[in-house]
Design a protein around this ligand. Structure first.
Ligand SMILES: Cc1cc2nc3c(=O)[nH]c(=O)nc-3n(C[C@H](O)[C@H](O)[C@H](O)COP(=O)(O)O)c2cc1C
Length: 282
């Protein structure tokens, strides 16, 4: 049975839907229009390329229903200059206002995050929001406990990642782990989800890039993430089920400061295969 619904009055049989399907699952019948090739509709991962690319909106796929697709305004074209500023002005925020992150803003941020690409469109990333000084301080204390253990057992590793200084700062009441952020987003996924880590990185980066539009700033919590992957107490405190794993952690809050300049980076290193590298510009 053809799972696809085709509005034959609208369908112009241009075959775009079949050509664009990443798994080559569709074929174009001259009378019936697009349909799944026999016996393989179960392979459809619901990415929605077929529905989204139909210029006349003739195609509906229950795995990515037309009714849930948002039309893109006609003539929309991303502005390169604007996008350069958006991408290059994103900074890691380490000084936060104390006020909590309003829940509607947090939900919007995570909503955007969950549109990021994911391996085989598996999605499957869940987000646990941790708020409240007491909870966040407890997490920070767990990270310090883990750092101290690491320093006692593998001092060379702890030193490589500057952990003694972080432990000393903690003793003085300074938070160099979660940076006093009023909210922490903990992404988690099933241990059996193969692309979970990469999918999480992309999703949290969507959140990072979108955050300034909501008046928010973010920072990757690499130390907390490292701890979560090595020290069970972290996931236990958060009551993450044992069949799931923490795949990424992001601090979120309103930045106390703003930035006026886009930073430089190291010189771009890009070459074309088979060609001599161009001499670096001075
Ligand atoms: C995977 C990853 C983990 C990070 N972990 C931390 C962290 O634990 N603490 C912190 O202050 N910054 C952390 N950062 C932020 C980087 O230090 C920052 O991206 C880098 O210095 C460049 O600065 P910018 O993000 O402001 O452009 C992390 C960044 C990434 C990508």
């Amino acid at each position: 049975m053809n799972m696809l619904k085709v509005d034959l009055e609208k369908c112009n049989k241009d075959g775009i839907c079949a050509a664009i399907c990443p798994m080559d699952l569709l074929q174009l019948d001259p009378q019936r229009g697009p349909e799944f090739r026999r016996g393989i509709s179960f392979l459809c991962n619901g990415c929605g390329h077929c529905v989204a690319s139909c210029p006349v909106g003739a195609l509906d796929n229950p795995k990515s229903p037309l009714s849930r697709h948002t039309p893109i305004p006609s003539g929309f074209a991303p502005d390169p200059q604007l996008w350069e500023v958006i991408l290059r002005s994103r900074r890691s925020i380490r000084r936060y206002a104390e006020e909590p992150v309003p829940r509607d803003k947090m939900l919007k941020l995570l909503d955007i995050a969950h549109y990021a690409p994911s391996g085989h469109n598996s999605q499957g990333i869940s987000y646990l929001v941790v708020e409240g000084r007491e909870n966040i301080d407890r997490l920070r204390a767990i990270v310090i406990e883990w750092m101290q253990n690491l320093f006692d057992t593998q001092p060379e590793v702890a030193n490589r990642y500057h952990m003694p200084a972080i432990i000393r700062a903690h003793a003085k009441g300074e938070d160099r782990i979660l940076r006093g952020a009023p909210a922490i987003v903990v992404a988690h996924a099933s241990k059996s989800l193969l692309p979970a880590t990469t999918s999480t990185i992309l999703a949290l980066e969507y959140a990072e890039l979108y955050a300034p539009a909501l008046g928010l700033g973010t920072c990757w919590a690499g130390y907390a993430q490292y701890c979560a992957s090595e020290y069970p107490a972290f996931a236990e405190f958060l009551k993450i089920p044992s069949d799931r794993t923490i795949t990424g952690i992001l601090m979120v809050g309103r930045s106390l400061y703003r930035y006026y300049r886009l930073p430089p980076r190291n010189r771009l290193d890009a070459t074309w295969f088979g060609e001599k590298p161009a001499r670096a510009a001075k």
